[in-house]
Design a protein around this ligand. Structure first.
Ligand code: ADP
Length: 468
């Protein structure tokens, strides 16, 4: 980063300095040219006002030779380029007349040249100006002067620039290094802090600098990620603790029962009765283990759903027929209201599991009255309502019942054999079908569970079928 800063800094400085150098050179040469053109006007005046005799030009020459700073040499040529008068010093320049000078003069143009006389260190500027009288080219006046001061000025300027560039390089490197360190230091902090965070200290957070820049945004994003990790770690730990507890309790109870059974000699009927009870408890444990496996798989999206188009009304009808026997045993009326054909895309087994869990709950938590199951078709969704007249769920508990292992009243649940996983599984199945589940309940009045599932649109059934 520092190198990039210095490189950009240096390139910009070089471009600016080169531009200034060229501008200065151009300006200085322009001034010299202006000076030579002014002097040319003088000679022109001498040539036009005085008689053609050369002593006037000689006098002018003496005049200019006396000048210290900008002495110049001159030569007057005729229209063909033949010298009419050459001042002292001009010859020594070893100037060779070029074709272009005459051609320019014919076109009324001034020619500017830079020559480097042999044996001299300074270059010379030569300006050739045509003189026209009555529209006819009569003479060409050539003036030459050294460019020592221009070179000197330019060389001073160059030296100053080099010093300046050196300072720029040192300051740029230093500034670039400080800037790079400053802008990258949060990354170092983020890296070391993120490295130090493990599953043991997930409650720690990165501290933003309060600048509101991209680095702070990165810190916030990482913090949000840690929050998510922390909550899912917490959920996993709770889940494992709850699961072990729920498995341990019945196993301990069964062991106790077995010990009591073995404590003395018993009748064969007694053994049979106890073994049948054990089988029942094993089935219950097996069911719970299956539920746990399903839920932990659903967390890592390992459960694959076999989505097919199916008739939701028929699925509910079959389930109601199955539960009718159980309802009759409990002397509860089970009513069914499925007036129309409702098509959805779903996994048949999972949907059966969802509605079994809900109807099982309705039966479990209703001691008298009725259960009413209805299937409706709305604009975009199918709505299944399972309404019971059971014990209901207190308002403050209604949100929590979908949590794993959550039971409103553990003692009442234990009697019915539930462990608090049924609604968690139901909620996951609904979510996996892109639907939603709601509960409305009044304590001692009853509960209504509402399940919304996306409806299968008839015209898109073909594509859906292909997908599934
Ligand atoms: P469980 O196996 O204990 O029934 P669920 O997850 O199915 O677990 O239900 C969670 C809790 O929600 C239950 O313990 C019960 O207290 C309450 N609940 C569920 N359905 C009903 C219902 N229809 N009527 C009253 N309470 C209910």
């Amino acid at each position: 980063m520092t190198l990039w800063y210095v490189f950009t800094f240096l390139i910009s400085a070089l471009i600016i300095c080169s531009f200034l150098y060229l501008r200065l050179k151009h300006q200085l040469l322009k001034e010299i040219d202006q000076f030579l053109i002014d002097e040319t006007r003088e000679i022109e005046r001498v040539l036009s006002h005085e008689s053609k005799e050369t002593h006037f030009l000689m006098r002018f020459e003496d005049d200019v030779m006396a000048r210290k700073y900008y002495p110049f040499f001159f030569q007057v040529l005729d229209q063909n380029g033949k010298p009419l008068y050459t001042s002292r010093g001009f010859q020594e320049l070893g100037y060779v007349l070029k074709e272009g000078v005459i051609a320019n003069a014919i076109n009324k143009k001034v020619t500017r040249e830079e020559i480097r006389p042999a044996g001299r260190r300074t270059p010379y500027r030569v300006i050739s100006t045509p003189v026209y009288k009555h529209g006819k080219l009569t003479e060409i006046i050539q003036l030459a002067t050294h460019l020592r001061f221009v070179r000197k000025n330019l060389s001073h300027f160059r030296n100053n620039i080099l010093i300046g560039l050196f300072v720029v390089l040192v300051l740029g490197t230093l500034g670039g290094w400080i800037l790079a360190r400053r802008s990258l230091s949060p990354i170092g902090y983020i890296a070391s802090k993120a490295r130090s965070i493990t599953s043991e200290n997930l409650s720690e957070r990165l501290i933003p600098r309060g600048t509101g820049d991209e680095m702070d945004e990165l810190i916030h994003t990482i913090n949000e990620m840690i929050v998510r990790l922390e909550s899912s770690f917490k959920r996993m730990a709770e889940f494992t603790a709850d699961a072990s507890h729920e498995l341990k309790t019945p196993i301990c109870a069964m062991r106790g029962e077995a010990e009591v059974l073995l404590s003395k000699e018993r009748e064969p009927e007694e053994y049979q009765e106890s073994l049948a009870k054990f089988i029942e408890q094993f089935d219950h444990l097996n069911q719970m283990i299956n539920d746990l496996i399903l839920l932990s798989k659903s967390d890592t999206t390992q459960v694959e759903l076999k989505m097919i188009p199916l008739r939701l009304d028929l699925l509910i009808k079959d389930l109601c027929n199955f539960f009718q026997v159980l309802a009759d045993q409990k002397e509860i009326t089970l009513e069914m209201d499925t007036p129309e054909e409702v098509n959805v895309i779903g996994d048949k087994l999972r949907l059966q599991q969802l509605f079994t869990n809900l109807m099982d709950n309705a039966l479990k938590y209703t001691s008298k009255g009725s259960i009413r199951v209805s299937v409706e078709k709305n604009k975009d969704s199918a709505l299944v309502k399972i309404k019971d007249t059971g014990m209901g769920i207190p308002k403050e508990e209604q949100e929590k019942i979908f949590k794993r292992f959550y039971r409103v009243d553990k003692s009442r649940s234990r009697e019915t054999g539930g462990v608090g996983l049924g609604l968690s599984i139901a909620e996951w199945i609904v979510r996996a079908h892109h639907g939603r589940i709601e509960v409305e309940s009044e304590l001692n009045q009853g509960s209504t569970f509402k399940i919304y599932l996306p409806i299968e649109k008839r015209n898109s059934s073909k594509t859906n079928l292909k997908k599934s």
